[in-house]
Design a protein around this ligand. Sequence first.
Ligand SMILES: Cc1cc2nc3c(=O)[nH]c(=O)nc-3n(C[C@H](O)[C@H](O)[C@H](O)COP(=O)(O)O)c2cc1C
Length: 195
Amino acid sequence: MNHLIIIANPKKESFSASIASQIKNSAESYGNNVEVRDLYKIGFNPVLSEEDMISYAKSEYPKDVATEHEFIKWADVISFVFPIWWQSPPAMLKGYFDRIFSNGFAFKDKPDGSSEPLLNGKKCILFSTLGAGIDVYEKFGLKNAIKLLFADGTMGFCGITPLDYKFFGSIHKKTENEVALIMQEVDATIKQHCA
Ligand SMILES: Cc1cc2nc3c(=O)[nH]c(=O)nc-3n(C[C@H](O)[C@H](O)[C@H](O)COP(=O)(O)O)c2cc1C
């Protein structure tokens, strides 16, 4: 299985980076072919421009977009790793969706106004770190809202099946033992879906 890991966190030493590294190790140990796209590290431009939109309409893609399209085409499963910022992915990842999951590549508008997903058969797993406690996010319905928007919404719209969405809350307060438990949970998730 081809496993693409997309990480969106500007900090080199972050919980997201540790989680991405665990996903890579686990996926490789279960026989996956792994590629990592670290969006800040590669200097991904997340701003969809008018120029982009004009060229997308002609099915022409700038080189950086075409490169990411190839990674998506290659992948059977995509793991997204990112912190929650303002109850959302960082703008970097939102911009990745804007520019890469484009009309004509990830979905297609139909003449009747509906749309057709084009990435059917692909699967994804989402991993997010949060400063707040999960209990707070559950109490206010925010956890389900985020899952609905980005897993069922964005991924589902493109035909990508979300296999799981793991939230790791109160992340700054974790003891060494609790961090080790998170890594075990990440490993178990990859084993369950990708082994
Ligand atoms: C711009 C910004 C916005 C944030 N918004 C939220 C938020 O809405 N909810 C929350 O629980 N934590 C929020 N946080 C805290 C981050 O989620 C937290 O620092 C991060 O998950 C830590 O994991 P990392 O080491 O992988 O970055 C925010 C942090 C930043 C920098």
